[in-house]
Design a protein around this ligand. Structure first.
Ligand code: ADP
Ligand code: ZN
Ligand code: ZN
Length: 702
């Protein structure tokens, strides 16, 4: 039979080929768009997705080496991906300036790429069989609590919005403990009752088990699947298939789940919508929050963005009336938010904690902690160390991983087990033992939290004189499987007096016995070069305060302590009043004056090279080439500057800010610019001067 039909297939072509559109292949018969196929590409056979649209004979885009080739086989056992899913991928690729196939294949479960049609059919069969077993052990559905007045009002407004618009986007602004999750649960119940599927996004894997438990308890008998990077490839495939086949009613996951294929999608919840984790930091640098909003419109699904401290982007859109803002302004049961106490560190002459200012503890805070212990209450003490780089040290002799060429500590890179100096780039493999004393147990210095833990242990005691019980939770202390759960369990069981950690412990957890939360040194974010640092700090502190006094009986006595060298700062003044609205308003006004997002739109072009000159030269050359075009469409190109950590392992990194007041203008400009970027890179490949470049649209850190 002649292979006469031309099919468009999205494949993940290597980046250097610059093949960003679907390629043309020959097929024996038409295949619906969204069908998975195996096709030849270069020397390999790869998985691709049939894309809509037929190529005219003249304009076929094909593998430059192979030419026009027939596809190998089609995975017809798998129902095709929906048109809406394909459009979501199209949009992502266009908006974030990536290849269509690159996006499509990177968001499908990796396991799927390895299977042929027979294997897919087997997997589907197994899944159906597993799900057909009656769930005799499933617990009865928990009775929902009676809604309070504020929740009742919010749900009525939500229902009204759903009646008057096909797919409303709702910003649910609710203070911590105001019962937002109950709103998610009710909205989900409503969608499920209408036979639709529900997607719930959370910022971190750590938060999925807790939320999963709450949903599982409420929706016993419903099929709930998780989707995040912590699953095995087989589990991920199973979850994905269950969602794609419509067998799963609820999908709970981290940012990658925004691409879950769900034929009956009716509701997307984005919990803690302000969280930076929703932004992917490599490949297609997408914002799952923003894609969720787009997807809601595509599929006629309600989108519910929830937060106690919404992103200023979302806040602005609510101000403009593009999102419906609903508010829960009080805690459930009428409990008060903790009183905020600022400790003026300038006035503290007897600061505890020795030479390390960053973990210094003021006497009034120590006294307050001691008082809580005496009353049998719990406290939470945390360090804000975002971006902190771990240094290796030896506990026996005190050796630290210094750089022989600079007065700096080399940083431990877990992935390739190297020690790197971020100043001169000097890199070595991690030594097997301490170079000074031979001790085999050399560890990254805990993120300052270890030191803090030691100090607290020295300064505090239980009323009967026994040592204070401290639990430490940070990325280092919880590396082992189950350690985090065990630590959290101990806190919930009341076996801990003081919980110490990084910002990790301030998120989400529903601790019932904590009455004091303390931020030890939050000031560093006040004067950061990153314009979003104050927004993040405010969110972090509000979130942290939300961990105190969650039990209404203790709420009145609960406190949030902030040690600061800048007690007059406006951010702290707003914090003391728990006034997010005032903070948001003043920040948005500042951003408007400074011409920053969300009033303008940004993209970053980054280049990595062997030398600063080469990186700058690349950026300058492509900027010069685009200058006239930029001016015409109202795009501003700023001069190239080094990235915050400019040199890593002898690679120089430079970046250039691209700004426009028009989102569409910026999009068009970037798309038109891409060929020039690829061409310039190719011209530089021969002598290896430019190693990589990437565009980050709506960057979170600049
Ligand atoms: P948020 O997500 O806004 O921080 P949660 O939804 O976790 O708040 O609610 C805080 C606590 O209040 C939870 O323990 C929750 O079970 C409880 N809760 C929520 N709604 C109600 C209600 N209507 N009646 C009683 N308890 C409620
Ligand atoms: Zn040593
Ligand atoms: Zn160095």
């Amino acid at each position: 039979m002649p292979e006469s039909i031309r099919l468009q297939v999205a494949v993940d072509a290597p980046a250097h080929t610059a093949l960003r559109v679907p390629l043309t292949y020959l097929g024996e018969s038409p295949l619906p768009p969204g069908t998975l196929v195996r096709v030849p590409l270069g020397a390999r056979e790869v998985t691709g997705v049939v894309w809509a649209g037929e190529a005219e004979a003249g304009e076929a885009v094909v593998d430059p080496v192979l030419g026009l080739k027939p596809l190998q086989h089609a995975l017809t056992s798998l129902p095709p991906l929906s048109a809406a899913w394909c459009r979501l991928v199209d949009f992502t690729a266009a908006y974030y300036q990536r290849g269509i196939g690159e996006v499509a294949l990177s968001v499908l479960p990796p396991e799927l790429r390895k299977l042929d049609d027979t294997q897919v059919r087997q997997r589907i069969g197994r899944l159906h069989k597993a799900l057909s077993v009656p769930q005799t052990t499933s617990a009865p559905t928990a009775t929902p609590p009676e809604l309070d007045a504020a929740q009742t009002r919010v749900l009525a407004e939500l229902a009204e919005a759903q009646r008057s618009a096909a797919a409303p986007t709702v910003l649910l602004h609710g203070v911590t403990g105001s019962g937002k999750t109950e709103i998610y649960l009710r909205a989900a119940a409503e969608a499920l009752a209408q036979g639709r599927q529900v997607l719930v996004l959370v910022p971190e894997i750590n938060l999925t088990p807790q939320l999963e438990a709450r949903f599982a308890e409420r929706f016993a008998g419903r099929h709930i699947v998780a989707m995040h990077s912590g699953l095995t490839p087989a589990q991920r495939l199973r979850s994905w298939l269950a969602a794609h086949l419509g067998l799963a009613d609820l999908v709970l996951g981290t940012r990658l789940a925004v691409f879950a294929s769900m034929p009956r999608l009716g509701l997307i919840v984005v919990d803690e919508e302000h969280d930076p984790s929703y932004k992917q930091q490599e490949g297609a640098r997408y914002s799952a929050r923003d894609l969720a909003v787009y997807r809601g419109k595509l599929e006629g699904a309600t989108v519910l963005l929830g937060s106690a401290t919404p992103s200023l982007e979302s806040w602005q859109r609510a101000d403009e009336g593009r999102y419906l803002r609903l508010s829960l302004s009080a805690r459930i049961g009428g409990g008060a938010l903790p009183a905020v106490r600022l400790v003026d560190m300038n006035a503290q002459t007897k600061v505890k904690g020795g030479g390390s200012v960053s973990t210094a503890l003021s006497p009034p805070l120590v006294a307050a902690l001691q008082q809580r212990i005496a009353r049998g209450e719990q406290s939470l003490v945390f360090l804000n160390r975002r971006g902190y780089a771990p240094v290796l040290h030896c506990g026996d002799c005190g050796w630290k991983s210094g750089c022989p060429h600079c007065s700096a500590w080399r940083v431990f890179h877990k992935l390739d087990r190297t020690l790197r100096c971020h100043h001169c780039g000097y890199t070595e493999r991690v030594p097997r033992a301490c170079p000074d004393c031979g001790n085999l147990d050399i560890q990254p210095i805990g993120r300052g939290t270890e030191r803090l833990e030691e100090q607290l242990a020295e300064l505090l005691t239980q009323p009967d004189g026994r040592p204070v019980r401290i639990a430490r939770i940070d990325a280092d202390s919880t590396r082992g499987k189950g350690v985090l759960e065990a630590q959290l369990g101990a806190v919930h069981a009341g076996e801990v007096d003081v919980l110490v950690g990084t910002q990790m412990i301030t998120k989400g957890h529903d601790f019932r016995r904590i009455t004091l939360v303390a931020a030890v040194n939050p000031d560093s974010s006040l004067f950061s070069s990153d314009f979003r640092a104050p927004e993040r700090l405010f969110a972090l502190l509000m979130q942290a305060a939300g961990r105190a006094g969650r039990d209404a009986a203790q709420a009145a006595a609960s406190e949030m302590w902030v040690q600061t060298w800048h007690p007059q700062h406006a951010l702290y003044a707003a914090l003391c009043r728990h006034d997010f609205n005032a903070f948001a308003e003043s920040q948005l006004a500042e951003r408007r004056m400074a011409g920053l997002p969300p009033h303008t739109h940004l993209a970053l072009l980054r280049a990595e090279a062997r030398s600063t000159d080469a990186a700058r030269g690349f950026l300058q050359a492509v900027a010069d080439a685009a200058e006239a075009d930029a001016e015409r469409v109202g795009v501003t190109l700023y001069p190239p500057v080094p990235t915050p950590i400019a040199r890593v392992a002898n690679v120089e990194r430079m970046q250039m800010l691209v700004e426009s007041t028009s989102r569409q203008g910026l999009q068009r400009f970037l798309a038109d610019w891409l060929p020039a970027l690829h061409a310039r890179r190719r011209a530089c490949v021969a002598d290896q001067r430019i190693l990589r470049w990437a565009i980050d649209v709506d960057p979170l850190a600049i």
